[in-house]
Design a protein around this ligand. Sequence first.
Ligand code: UTP
Length: 292
Amino acid sequence: MMSKKVKKAVIPAAGLGTRMLPATKAMPKEMFPIVDKPAIQYIVEEAVNSGIEDILIILSRGKTLIEDHFDRHPELEGRLLASHKEKMYEDVLRISELANITYVRQKEIKGLGNAVYYAKTFAGDEPFAVLYGDDVIIGDDPACGQLCRAYEETGLGVVGIKEVSLEAIQKYSSMKTAPLKDNWYHISDMIEKPKPEEVFSLYSILGRCVLPPEIFTILEHTKPGAGGEIQLTDAMKELATTKGMVGVDFTGKRYDMGNKLGVMEAIVENGLKHPEIGEDFRAYLKALSTTL
Ligand code: UTP
């Protein structure tokens, strides 16, 4: 039996972004541009291209720029029309029509698990996708949609996973995996920020999951974990060890917009592919590389 279609998504974007200070003192990292488009717009577009209709963005103090970005801007639209910049006008207008977006504020920044709990009323009794607001994934088949298909086929919670280095996994999470089919794995346990001796595998959750509404009952009693934060991984561990979860080793390139190297990789790689400046940027990089 096919499970319910996933039509809702939550984008947590309330974090303090301390790894990107001072840029994030007043500017949300979710608004960092990859050339000319903010990270969170890539994420909303990925959700929409995955069949998502309703999106809840979790914000906090100082993150109102995100709401402005997805709102209408009549003065700018009028100016673009008057100066016959029709293409730019349509691009700007389209941002406000991408999806049905609502917002809620996380009152204290107590961790991703606490942020997701704010989606309880929004989700109701439906499954929902979570797209981390600083993880951009670029690929032909939207990563969120790959996870939604796994949920719809199995009815189990799904996490997007990728193999990382032993050094990196200690900063992320580690999954206990068994192969299911193709790039799908059964997940029977997981741990957040493992010590080397606690690592199950080098598969880590990176940026995406699809959760059943039962997660809210679990989050009600999830205690603060690594770093004193309420970790979503600790709540998902309970799902994994009781019902089991599915891990999808998704296709697409993931960029971590929450750390400096990730931001630079995103800008350089996508700058090279950019229709307007790609060619010039390639020539510039080639010339620069001879001096390195
Ligand atoms: P991160 O842990 O990468 O974000 O959370 P952070 O806490 O802002 O990062 P640093 O360590 O201080 O640099 C992943 C996503 O979850 C959101 C963040 O905004 C980010 O998009 N988040 C995190 C919340 O919405 N609330 C939280 O309490 C924590």
